[in-house]
Design a protein. Structure first.
Length: 283
């Protein structure tokens, strides 16, 4: 079962995704105004049961950022071995993971445009798997980490490259431009370790493969990410961890190849689906 946040004629809903359209569920669960509310309440099974008894009533929909009211998004940077080499700074593989925050305002939904701002032409793509926490925890052991995941989704962690270099110790300002990235199209309940252990990320720009790697090659696996992050902060249901992108982002080409209006970016994860976004200039 897959669940999405979407709009029809300007009205917001969440519901179950089928091959023929959406089964709206939000009207049936007023106690959970958003999909995130349902997830935080442990309601994904209830949504699945409800969807099984209902039919598609929404065909032509507009996808929203899948959890638009999420309050905490943490991103893991430089998490594949080849990514560290891309920086060409001679540094050894890091001892600890790099982390930075992103905010929901920086993400749009599936099939919605990534927006290139007038302040910079350096809009770049980063295909990633994102996990959504379903069970709170502090100092979680790596062996127990998967038990704290409720769902998975896909992230295009769009970046304005020159703005990540505006300061010495952070990248926040280059990572949070409105609608510079995307998240979705849906969440998939996490029920089997293979959904992560066997996951493969492929990013295409205009049909050309730019990124292609498997999560099993991460320097800091997702179990370790949860353990490390929960050491310094209590992870809460609804928190999102964006787990790292493979080599092949546009900034690492020689010369760099950034996104331009008219481009289409697809991030495919074999265990989740495909997130697709066109690119346009801000107007």
């Amino acid at each position: 079962m897959k669940f999405a946040s979407y709009s029809v004629d300007g009205q917001g809903y969440y519901g179950a995704v089928t091959e023929t359209g959406m089964i709206p569920l939000s009207p049936e669960f007023p106690q959970w105004p958003s999909l995130r509310d349902a997830l935080v309440a442990g309601g994904l099974d209830a949504l699945s049961d409800a969807a099984a008894a209902r039919e598609v009533t929404h065909g032509d929909v507009s996808f929203d950022m899948v959890l638009p009211d999420t309050t905490r998004i943490l991103c893991v940077g430089v998490n594949f071995p080849d990514r560290n080499a891309e920086y060409k700074d001679g540094s050894d593989l890091p001892k600890h993971m790099s982390l930075f925050p992103r905010f929901a305002s920086g993400f749009t939904g599936h099939d919605q445009p990534l927006v290139r701002p007038p302040e910079s032409p350096q809009l770049d793509y980063e295909g990633e798997v994102a996990i959504v926490i379903g069970k709170a925890g502090r100092r979680i052991q790596a062996a127990d980490a998967y038990g704290h995941i409720a769902a998975l989704t896909i992230c295009n962690e769009g970046t304005i490259r020159d703005w990540v270099r505006h300061a010495k110790f952070n990248v926040t300002q280059g990572k949070n431009w409105d609608n510079s990235g995307a998240m979705g199209p849906w969440i998939v309940p996490f029920t089997d370790a293979a959904q992560l252990d066997d996951a493969r990320i492929i990013t295409r720009v205009n049909g050309e493969v730019r990124q292609d790697d498997v999560l099993s090659r991460m320097m800091f696996p997702i179990r370790e990410q949860i353990a490390y992050i929960s050491t310094f902060m209590t992870l809460q249901p609804g928190d999102i961890i964006v787990t790292g992108t493979p080599t092949g982002a546009g900034a690492r080409f020689d010369p760099p190849v950034f996104l331009a209006p008219g481009d289409v970016v697809e991030v495919e994860v074999n265990t989740i689906g495909t997130l697709r976004n066109p690119v346009k200039d801000e107007t």
